[in-house]
Design a protein. Structure first.
Length: 494
């Protein structure tokens, strides 16, 4: 790609950007939310037309690509959000739009599709059942299936946008191995990630974008993570956030023996005012399900919850909000954002629920203050929330709770899919809230985040809290060992 430029209204999303990709290469693309990464890959995938620039593939030059042309050229884009038909089988998804037919094309040959899907996956050392319904697959298998689907279309160029954002430690490692295998088969891969440890593990070259321009392109061995971070945000950003000491107050929540069949069992914990309790573990360990119980989104089979010293039985999210519990879910698109509505409505929705009548002037003023506190980058409160960058979408969801009354804030993967600058701002808000005496429960797959932002870390394994560790005594290797059950430590430390 040479000289790619794209403007949306007053925003120059890309400004004279050039990018090269070779076969047998993983070329990583990094930058803050809003740096232009998404626009660049949409141009390559044919989803957007550039205002200027050219795309040259195997010696042939194009002013722009259409989606069908991009697919014919072997360009496959695997987005962060899984794009599969959940009610169809694995084989049906692989052959969707190019079904194998018999009897003159009137009937789909499902048996042949399953046989060919099995051969394709065997060639990639993938054991997903070809007959399985996609909705029953784990997030890791769904992500892998998207890669299989691309290989079924003879992809030569793969664009991967935050492919590990929904994956745990083991699943991410398996995906890294698959990406290396694809590279060794001659596939050229553009890999986008906010996790720099992944970039330095898998990348051959790294291109850094900032404000729609290329800062520089470097070979992986010629740069450090700190140098890349500085180039991205214009300043150094440590992997570990430094928190000040906060005096803990009275107990806000105490849970004893919470169990939900097939999800978690006999889980006990407590969190005090001014404290952040981190919950870590592999994907599937029951972390998200456990905190959803506190928000009334799931009902436990047994156990007891005490809220500010009184028995608490949440019957719905609305009831939980009434009792002073706030929640930011893992998937902002499904569990939090109204993408087609303006920022104003997204930020003020909880506050407005408590009002008998709306005062639009007050609503706008409160939303303006909350978005300012979150340092949101946007065209204005009337901007459609779905058009914000990923980091600013997350900030909008957190901002809505700044207008609500709560004692406990539950954050499930609060910095998932956001850049290092947005991470730092979210951490600062968390610091501010605990200084005010709020209690926070944070589920996170980011180990530096768990260690630096938590006061204590509850480790979950196979649906049980197996250990609670003081964050001052924790390191990443210890957490990995605990997640995988390699330490033999089973006693709770509360």
């Amino acid at each position: 790609m040479s000289g790619a430029s794209k403007r949306f209204g007053e925003t120059q999303a890309l400004d004279n950007v050039s990018l090269e990709l070779a076969s047998n290469e993983v070329h990583c693309l990094v930058g803050e939310n809003g740096a232009g990464k998404s626009t660049l890959i949409k141009i390559l995938a044919g989803a957007e037309n550039p205002d200027a620039g050219t795309i040259t593939i195997s010696g042939r030059r194009y002013a722009n690509l259409e989606p069908d042309t991009a697919m014919e050229l072997g360009i496959a884009t695997i987005y962060q959000d899984v794009e599969l038909i959940s009610s169809l089988t694995v084989a049906e998804n692989i052959f969707l739009g190019r079904e194998i037919r018999r009897f003159g094309g009137s009937i789909i040959d499902f048996k042949k599709q399953e046989q060919d899907a099995r051969l394709l996956m065997d060639g990639l050392n993938i054991s997903i059942p070809e007959w399985a319904i996609v909705d029953t697959l784990s997030p890791a298998d769904q992500q892998t299936l998207q890669i299989v689907k691309a290989m079924g279309r003879d992809a030569r160029i793969m664009i991967m946008d935050e492919p590990t954002s929904s994956l745990g430690l083991q699943e991410a490692r398996a995906l890294m191995k698959l990406i290396r295998d694809l590279r060794d088969r001659g596939i050229g891969i553009i890999y986008i990630s906010h996790h720099l440890e992944e970039v330095f593990e898998i990348g051959d070259r790294i291109t850094i974008l900032k404000d729609g321009r290329v800062v520089k392109t470097v070979d992986r061995g010629d740069a450090t993570q700190q140098e890349v971070t500085t180039a991205m945000v214009g300043r150094e950003s440590p992997a570990f956030h430094n928190r000040s000491e906060i005096r803990r107050g009275s107990e806000v929540v105490q849970a004893e023996g919470l169990s939900k069949d097939g999800m978690f069992s006999d889980c006990s914990f407590q969190v005090r005012a001014g404290e952040i309790l981190g919950i870590g573990g592999l994907v599937g360990s029951g972390r998200s399900e456990l905190v959803r119980v506190l928000f009334g989104d799931m009902f436990p089979d047994s156990g007891q919850i005490m809220l500010r010293g009184e028995p608490y039985v949440p019957v719905s999210p609305k009831d939980a909000i009434h009792h002073g519990i706030a929640y930011v879910g893992e998937d902002r698109h499904i569990q939090g954002l109204f993408p087609g509505r303006p920022v104003l409505e997204n930020v003020s929705v909880i506050h407005n629920e408590s009002s008998f009548m709306l005062n639009h002037r007050v609503e706008a003023q409160l939303a303006f203050e909350a978005t300012g506190q979150m340092n949101m980058v946007m065209a204005g409160l009337s901007q459609r929330a779905g058009s914000l960058s990923g980091g600013n979408q997350q900030k909008a969801i957190i901002a809505r709770w700044l207008l609500a009354e709560f004692d406990l804030l539950i954050l499930d993967e609060p910095t998932k899919g956001v850049d290092v600058g947005a991470k730092s701002q979210i951490y600062q808000i968390m610091d501010h809230l605990v200084e005010e005496g709020k209690a926070i429960i944070m589920v996170s797959s980011d180990m530096p985040e768990l260690i630096s932002m938590s006061d204590r870390i509850a480790v979950m394994r196979r649906g049980r809290i197996v250990r609670v560790i003081d964050s001052k005594d924790a390191d990443e290797q210890q957490l990995v060992n605990e997640y995988l059950g390699l330490t033999g430590a089973e006693e709770n430390e509360r």
